[in-house]
Ligand binder design. Structure first.
Ligand code: ZN
Ligand code: ZN
Length: 344
């Protein structure tokens, strides 16, 4: 079967791999149809993803079809929608089920987490055999929509971490796919949302998607720009989805007294802040990691109800013949990328 493998940084190639074994108890064999590409894959390609080991089949944003199901395990009955032929989204964070965070209902930060396409081989291949419990069937959705459930869920999870109130003033810093997902779910939560970015192209996309969102140009003196806009009534919840060290440090000063700062993106380094300012503002600082099955279910519900339109999000498409050459250019400054998908 065809697979796209990252042998070492910069070395992406199409390979012929053996097909996976037949599914055992509690497992499903899946035919992968669409794979989303994101910053994580780019960092692995560039070699600046420190916990990444090579070679690796990338791919954690997957729209798949079930081709075979192993026998059900006694204590873990299958979702009734999980049948051969079912279209599914895949929760790519395989958790152990027995460590303290798993036992406390936080499988997204399992101590033994294995993320598809990061710690173990992912979905840039025609077939895989995986535990069936990570499959979320959604027969009415397209494979493209299903592949986008994962990146949407990163934003949905961050918004649920932020516990937004109806009408709350929210600022999203960074209008990449994750920032867009945060914006989408903050709006669904009833918040009044502003989005700040340095890219006019991304801001224009945001404005086109949601005319009710306030667009803020963060290129020059973002703090002064925000103060001019909000006066002394700064946003009570600020999401930073940039993964950029300068932006994340600056974001502390964007939050109202008593507000929350939620870091969705991350970078490899230390975040420092001036403690007296942090205390006088009585800030709450939150991180948001991965997402959960509940986030997936909620998103599938919204997509089924037509409350999220993903059509404009897919700006780039490729197949196994064209993806290798196209991949490095998707992240060029002027590529205009929101999401790239690879068809398998
Ligand atoms: Zn991703
Ligand atoms: Zn665990």
């Amino acid at each position: 079967m065809k697979a796209i493998k990252l042998d070492s940084p910069g070395q992406l190639r199409l390979e012929d791999l053996a097909e996976p074994q037949a599914p055992g108890p509690g497992e499903a064999r899946i035919r992968i149809r669409q794979v989303g590409v994101c910053g994580t894959d780019l960092h692995a390609f560039q070699g600046n993803q420190p916990f990444f080991s090579y070679p690796r089949v990338l791919g954690h944003e997957l729209g798949v079809e079930v081709v075979a199901l192993g026998p059900q395990e006694q204590d873990h009955p299958y979702d009734p929608g999980l049948t051969v032929g079912a279209r599914c989204a895949v929760l790519p964070y395989f958790n152990c089920g027995h460590c303290p965070p798993c036992r406390r209902g936080k499988p997204n930060c399992c101590l033994n987490i294995q993320v598809l396409g990061v710690h173990i081989d992912g979905g840039m291949r025609e077939y895989a055999t995986i535990p069936a419990r990570y499959l979320h069937p959604a027969p009415a959705l397209s494979f493209e929509q299903l592949a986008l459930v994962e990146p949407l869920a990163i934003g949905a999870h961050a918004v649920s971490r932020g516990q937004l109130e109806d009408g709350e003033q929210v600022l999203v810093v960074g209008a990449g796919p994750i920032g867009l997902a945060v914006t989408q779910f903050a709006l669904l939560a009833g918040a009044s949302v502003s989005v700040m970015d340095i890219s006019p192209q991304r801001l224009a996309f945001c404005h086109q998607q949601w005319p009710q969102v306030t667009i803020i140009d963060g290129q020059n003196q973002p703090l002064q720009t925000l103060q001019a806009h909000f006066g002394d009534d700064m946003p009570t919840a600020v999401f930073d989805a940039t993964g950029n060290t300068h932006s994340m440090h600056a974001a502390f000063s964007y939050v109202a007294h008593g507000g929350r700062l939620i870091f969705v993106g991350l970078f490899q380094g230390d975040v420092t802040f001036h403690d007296p300012d942090f205390h006088s503002h009585e800030l709450t600082l939150l991180s948001s990691r991965n997402s959960t099955a509940a986030d997936f279910q909620r998103i599938i519900g919204y997509l089924n109800a037509g409350r999220i339109d993903l059509t404009p999000w897919v700006t780039h498409r490729a197949d196994t013949d064209t993806a290798i050459d196209a991949f490095p250019h998707w992240f060029d400054r002027d590529s205009g990328i929101i999401k790239a998908l690879i068809a398998f």
